[in-house]
Design a protein. Structure first.
Length: 171
């Protein structure tokens, strides 16, 4: 349900993450999609890959109505890495990384109360005539204590660590 409250403007590269959170928390798939260029790419936490703004919008509209209908996202640390130009350059591109925490995911199967999840979002953004737009994004779950994923002999994926107790945690 879109809100009549104004959103942050598309005037700074790092605002992409801020607007993402605002739109998510308002369940506004149209505003989420507006963040993206027409031919943008998006990879979600399970590796689903959408190839344009319309597909990104459809996927998030479904998710915000079904999987995440009572969820909220909180924005944590953000970092910007300039690829071309800088914050005031007329032609500019950057990578924006943002830590986020999702709470309130809808119960499913044998998980009656899904716990909070931390993710790191990667947004590749560029300045356009209409402000900053995302050309590619990827959302990655943070799995505390894990270094990689493995597929077990039943075909199930599990997050694991190869570290022994005497080595430091990488998270």
């Amino acid at each position: 349900m879109p809100s009549d409250n104004p959103y942050s403007p598309f005037d700074h590269s790092e605002r992409i993450a801020e607007i993402w959170v605002e739109a998510w928390n308002r369940r506004d798939a149209d505003r989420l999609a507006e963040l993206f260029a027409e031919d943008a790419e998006f990879v979600n936490v399970t590796g689903l890959w959408w190839h344009d703004r319309a597909a990104i919008r459809r996927a998030h509209d479904y998710g915000l109505r079904t999987i995440f209908d009572r969820s909220t996202i909180a924005l944590g640390e953000r970092r910007v890495r300039w690829l071309v130009g800088g914050p005031d350059a007329p032609s500019a591109a950057a990578v924006v990384h943002a830590k986020m925490e999702l709470t309130g995911q809808t119960a499913v199967a044998d998980v009656g109360d899904p716990r909070p999840r931390r993710t790191i979002f990667t947004f590749v953004v560029r300045r356009t005539d209409d402000g900053w737009r995302c050309v590619a994004a990827q959302n990655t779950d943070v799995v505390p204590g894990a270094e990689t994923n493995v597929i077990d002999d039943q075909g199930r994926m599990r997050s694991v660590s190869y570290r022994s107790d005497d080595l430091p945690d990488l998270n």
